[in-house]
Design a protein around this ligand. Structure first.
Ligand SMILES: Cc1ncc(COP(=O)(O)O)c(C=O)c1O
Length: 566
């Protein structure tokens, strides 16, 4: 089996170059959260630290109920708590789902493009063939809305079209919904919502990660839910495999799912960063495509992504090349919103120093007007634009697996939008508004145009004209974040880990006397009682082995005569 190269290794030299910038590195490549894990979650984790026994693979009842409650409250999705199954971060599940669902070698898995690479990996691990469209032989489909890397939101009709297509053929639909609470210009809908699935979850699975929503990537927490039969099948396999979420993480996950406030805070942070970055990129000549939801800006200067990666690294900004996500991403870069505010604040100024795009650079692969250090990679061959080109992922070599099925393929032809309510989901109504300003933007004017491309010169509509759903006040970024969620206040002493552990936790204190042997026991006893020991035949200073006392019902004397005192 040939898996794609692990792509991040190819960014190492660009990271070094970015780090060498006098302002330092702003790492916007990996979408790894940088803000504090919410206190409510940390306390739950600490409170469940005493966990001597094995956890349940199925999760505690509290966890399952918290997940079901969150689905109902936030997504309008109703599931039985018994249809919730915790996973150890969703990447683990994504990489194993085709195998755990029992797909056969040679089956085809329909994955989006460009896409999170693990959908392809999961198919390959099960010896299935990844394809990017509704091909013959497909037995499972991945949906991802909001999408990584594009931030694209699928409309209700698009989702429903895929579900209907799959149901007609008995194909399983798995929907990765890890960015579903990070909608900016559009709000994504779950595959399990009645508007998409008609109220039946048969053949459907939704996968939810807590990593981004709750800054919990280090805990490895997520869950899968949907068709109870499919979930039960996964449970049986995962029980055999020992894929149990640790007890403290289960408690933390439960607390995270029960609390919406920290998610609102986190949204506000991302909205602000997104506004700053989108404006800075637009001023620097980037076009931003899609990006109406999620954790990334999908940006292009119309050149090979590695040229852009190199240019940005020369001003200390590291981004992910779009080719990590498939050939169709090769002229974009993915810009994550996951750097601390103080670093994001330096990006607009860095962009004023960004080497220009275009000219010979993109077309001929010759060095152009790039800044200091930009020549480093140019010697590596004009055919590749002079940039080190990672080996093509496995799918890039398969004719059927590349641009053959662009995302437009999700467009349903035979599904009239009778019940579609454009103000509730998706991107369908965006064109009617004349463009969207970046949510929460307090920066320079700019807007998303009809094609969801951010343009600095687009007149920014007033906020109440922009979106389908009004942004809640907490996402305007104007009011200070409540102190309990800033992570700046000192932790209460019991959570710092600095105070000495109480003696009963150190394991260093002597074992209690009743475990050290009979000779210690009498020390507890007053002299008068010791006297009585002799008379009664109980072991004691005057009668160490308990002999002479009355026999128990087995005829034994001494300790065994008084088992109930231990
Ligand atoms: C689309 C998508 N799915 C799944 C994951 C995996 O998330 P985790 O394993 O942290 O739950 C990621 C992580 O970046 C992602 O972008």
């Amino acid at each position: 089996m040939r898996l794609p190269d692990f792509p991040w290794d190819h960014l190492v030299s660009f990271k070094e170059k970015a780090r060498a910038h006098p302002y330092g590195l702003v790492d916007l490549s990996v979408g790894t959260p940088v803000d504090a894990t919410p206190q409510v979650v940390r306390h739950a984790l600490a409170g469940s630290a005493d966990a001597p026994g094995y956890p349940l693979t199925a999760g505690t009842p509290d966890l399952r109920e918290a997940a079901a409650g969150w689905l109902a409250r936030r997504l309008g999705v109703v599931v039985e708590p018994s249809a919730v199954l915790p996973v150890l971060g969703t990447k683990e599940l994504v990489a194993q789902l085709p195998a755990q669902l029992g797909l056969e070698p040679g089956d085809r898995v329909w994955v989006p493009t460009p896409a999170y690479p693990t959908y392809e990996v999961g198919a390959l691990l099960a010896r299935c063939e990844p394809v990017v469209g509704p091909a013959e032989g497909v037995t499972m489909v991945w949906l991802n809305s909001p999408g990584n890397p594009t931030g694209r939101v699928l409309s209700v009709e698009e989702m429903r079209a895929v579900v209907n297509w799959a149901r007609e053929r008995g194909v399983i639909v798995a929907s990765d919904e890890c960015y579903i609470e990070l909608g900016w210009e559009a709000r994504a809908v779950s595959v399990l919502h009645p508007d998409v699935c008609g109220g039946s979850h048969e053949g459907l699975l939704a996968v939810h990660s807590l990593s981004k929503r709750s800054n919990l990537a280090g805990y490895r927490a997520g869950f899968v839910t949907g068709d109870p039969e499919l979930v039960d099948g996964l449970l049986q396999i995962r029980k055999h495999s020992g894929l149990m979420m640790p007890t403290p993480v289960q408690a933390a996950t439960t607390a995270a799912l029960a609390d919406d406030m920290h998610v609102a805070d986190q949204r506000a942070r991302y909205a602000n960063r997104r506004a700053v970055l989108a404006a800075a990129l637009a001023v620097a000549g980037f076009t931003i495509d899609h990006s109406e939801a999620g954790l990334y800006l999908w940006a292009t200067r119309g050149e090979d992504c590695w040229v852009t990666v190199d240019a940005l690294s020369s001003v200390g900004v590291l981004v992910a090349p779009g080719s990590f996500y498939g050939e169709s991403g090769r002229r974009h870069v993915r810009v994550a919103l996951t750097a601390p505010d103080a670093q994001i604040a330096t990006v607009p100024e860095r962009m004023t120093m960004l080497p220009m795009a275009g000219g010979q650079n993109a077309q001929s692969g010759r060095p152009g007007q790039y800044g200091a250090g930009a020549g480093d990679g140019w010697a590596q061959g004009p055919a590749t634009g002079g940039y080190p080109q990672p080996p093509q992922p496995a799918h890039a070599r398969q004719d059927s697996y590349q641009d053959a099925y662009p995302p437009e393929n999700y467009q349903p032809e035979n599904y009239p939008p009778e019940s579609y309510q454009p103000d509730r989901y998706g991107t369908g109504d965006a064109a009617h508004t004349g463009g969207h300003r970046v949510a929460g933007s307090a920066g320079p004017a700019g807007a998303f145009d009809h094609d969801h491309r951010y343009r600095a010169d687009q007149p920014a509509p007033r906020p109440y004209e922009t979106g389908q759903q009004p942004l809640p006040p907490y996402s305007t970024g104007q009011q200070p974040l409540p102190p309990y969620s800033t992570g700046q206040q000192p932790l209460p002493p019991y959570a710092t880990g600095q105070q000495p552990l109480p003696p009963y936790d150190t394991g260093q204190q002597p074992l209690p006397p009743y475990d050290t042997g009979p000779s210690h026991v009498p020390q507890y006893r007053p002299a008068a009682a010791a006297e009585a020991d002799v008379t009664a035949g109980t072991p004691g200073p005057g009668n160490p082995d308990g002999s002479g006392g009355p026999a128990d019902h087995n005829g034994a004397r001494g300790w065994r005569a008084e088992p109930d005192i231990r």
